[in-house]
Design a protein around this ligand. Structure first.
Ligand code: DX5
Ligand code: ZN
Length: 219
């Protein structure tokens, strides 16, 4: 069970202190949401920010790209320090080709589906990726309500990977909190992005521990 706090809910004026705090929280990775204002109706941050953060921490960078042209930026995203790049199945370009590009350049590859995309669309890629992300909100903003109706997709994915020797991680992102994480874990998720839940918590370390415990106890 891995917790990946999303930097989107951090204090952008104090990013160095924010990532140090997350480093101390015991979270397994740091989730970085890159948005282009085209694939999603919001713009967040990109390579220059990831690059300076890379110099400040050894945390595993779980980079979620919500951009229309993923292939154009893979090279730069890896050069600036991404460990895992999760792109959207709905973005432009042949997904198999995008996965190949990411892996050839030395990073781990993830693929994500938006709420309206059926799980059957991602099944052809389960053998090629390190992670599958099921969005549990419409991508673009932090602090939205969890969509419980995405759980059947998580369940179907867990079923689909159950006999694999090295199954991909199944990640959920959006509205994950103490109130919703157990349901995600019960349905088969093993990696949980949490933005507002972690960053708005008074004690982030105990929030991360509590989320992980709730996920572990649910299975
Ligand atoms: C939304 C992003 C999420 C976001 C989650 O498009 O992909 O990673 O930060 O935020 P919460 O956990 O607040 O829903
Ligand atoms: Zn995200």
């Amino acid at each position: 069970m891995k917790i990946s706090p999303s930097l989107l809910s951090a204090d952008f004026a104090n990013l160095e202190a924010e990532i140090k705090d997350i480093e101390c929280s015991g979270a397994e990775m740091l989730h970085l949401d890159v948005m282009d204002g085209h694939f999603v109706p919001n713009i967040s941050f990109g390579m220059p920010v990831i690059e300076v953060l890379r110099k400040k921490t050894d945390m595993f960078f779980d980079v979620h790209i919500m951009i229309s042209e993923p292939q154009k930026y893979i090279d730069d995203l890896i050069k600036c320090g991404s460990d895992l790049i999760t792109f959207h199945l709905e973005a432009n370009g042949d997904p198999k080709e995008t996965i190949k590009m990411i892996k050839e350049k030395g990073a781990k590859a993830g693929i994500s589906i938006k709420p309206k995309t059926p799980v059957s669309d991602v099944l052809p890629f389960i053998n090629d990726v390190d992670l599958i992300l099921v969005m549990t909100v419409e991508p673009g903003f932090g602090g939205q309500s969890f969509m419980a109706d995405m759980m059947p997709k998580v369940k179907a994915l867990r079923e689909a990977v159950k006999n694999m020797e090295n199954p991909p991680i199944i990640q959920v992102d959006g509205g994950v909190s103490q109130a919703t994480i157990a349901e995600c874990a019960k349905n088969g998720a093993d990696c949980f992005v949490a933005g507002s839940a972690v960053f708005k918590a008074k004690d982030r370390k105990s929030e991360v521990e509590c989320l992980r415990k709730l996920a572990e106890e649910a299975v």
